[in-house]
Design a protein around this ligand. Structure first.
Ligand code: SF4
Ligand code: FES
Length: 256
C-alpha cells in the first residue's frame, strides 16, 4: 500500500508567545516562522504582540524591533530598508514582498510572516537563494559587445526607454518563488526574475549577443515552462511585469 509521509520537519508547531503591554489601538500581533537546523526541532510559529508605535510603520521595522528588544535570535536578511537591495523579501500575509516597503497598516488582523515559499530555509526567514543566483549568473548578466570603443557607448532616448521596467528589478526573487511552474521545475526552468534579467540584456542596444542569448534559452524548460500564470507580475513589490518580459522573449524566439 502506498504510504504518504510528510518530509521530516515539515509540520509547523505552535511556538512561544510574547505579549507587550501598551496602547490597545496600536498593538499588532505577528506570527513569525522560526526554524533552526541546529536544534533538530520542527519549525514553529512564534507569536509577538507589540506596540507598533514603538517599532516604526513598516513590517521590517517591527522585525527589527522584535530582534533588538525581545528575541535577538530572530534571523532575517535586510540591508537598505529602502526597497533597493532586495534582501528583505519574505512572505507577508500570504504575499511575497519586501518587508521594508510593506506598511503594517496595509494589513488587517494578525500578520503572518514566513520565508519565501518553496525554497530551502537556512534559518527562520532566510531562504537559500544559491540555486536562484546560479541561474541568474547563467544568463550572463552583463553587456556583451565585441567592439572596444574608445568612448562610452551611447544610446538614443528610445533605446534607453526599452530598459525601463527592467533595470528597476532588485533581484528579490519574490516573483520566482511565487511561480508554480518554478516550484515544479526549478531545476531546469529559470523562473521570472532571471528571465526578466535575460530580457533586460536582450533589449539593451549596446549588447551584440542577442542571437546567442536567445539560443541559450531555446530548450523545453529554461523559458517555455512559463505558462503565463501571472503570479510573478501580481506579486512583484517593485510593480514590474516579468510576465511581459518573458512574453517579449517568446515573441523574439518566433521571429528569429
Ligand atoms: S521582477 Fe520584481 S519580484 Fe521579480 S526579482 Fe525583480 S523586483 Fe523582485
Ligand atoms: S532592506 Fe533592502 S529591499 Fe528591503
Amino acid at each position: 500500500m502506498v504510504q504518504f509521509r510528510l518530509p521530516k520537519h515539515s509540520q509547523i508547531q505552535k511556538g512561544k508567545v510574547f505579549k507587550q503591554s501598551g496602547d490597545a489601538l496600536s498593538m499588532r500581533t505577528f506570527y513569525i516562522y522560526r526554524w533552526n537546523a541546529e536544534d533538530g526541532k520542527n519549525p514553529q510559529m512564534d507569536e509577538f504582540t507589540i506596540d507598533i508605535k514603538k517599532s516604526g510603520p513598516m513590517v521590517l521595522d517591527a522585525l527589527l524591533y522584535i530582534k533588538n528588544t525581545i528575541d535577538s535570535t530572530l534571523t532575517f536578511r535586510r540591508s537598505c530598508r529602502e526597497g533597493v537591495c532586495g534582501s528583505c523579501a519574505m512572505n507577508v500575509d500570504g504575499t511575497n514582498t519586501l518587508a521594508c516597503t510593506k506598511h503594517v497598516d496595509d494589513i488587517s488582523g494578525p500578520i503572518r510572516i514566513t520565508p519565501l515559499p518553496h525554497m530551502e530555509v537556512v534559518k527562520d526567514l532566510v531562504p537559500d537563494l544559491r540555486h536562484a543566483f546560479n541561474q541568474y549568473a547563467s544568463i550572463k548578466p552583463w553587456v556583451q559587445n565585441n567592439d572596444a570603443p574608445k568612448r562610452e557607448r551611447k544610446q538614443s532616448q528610445e533605446e534607453r526607454a526599452k530598459l525601463d521596467g527592467l533595470w528597476e528589478c532588485v533581484l528579490c526573487f519574490s516573483c520566482t518563488t511565487g511561480c508554480p511552474s518554478y516550484w515544479w521545475n526549478s531545476d531546469k526552468y529559470l523562473g521570472p526574475a532571471t528571465l526578466l534579467q535575460a530580457y533586460r540584456f536582450i533589449a539593451d542596444s549596446r549588447d551584440t549577443k542577442t542571437k546567442e542569448r536567445l539560443n541559450a534559452l531555446e530548450d523545453p524548460f529554461s523559458l517555455y515552462r512559463c505558462h503565463s500564470i501571472m503570479n510573478c507580475t501580481n506579486t512583484c513589490p517593485k510593480r514590474l511585469n516579468p510576465a511581459k518580459a518573458i512574453g517579449n522573449i517568446k515573441k523574439m524566439m518566433v521571429e528569429k
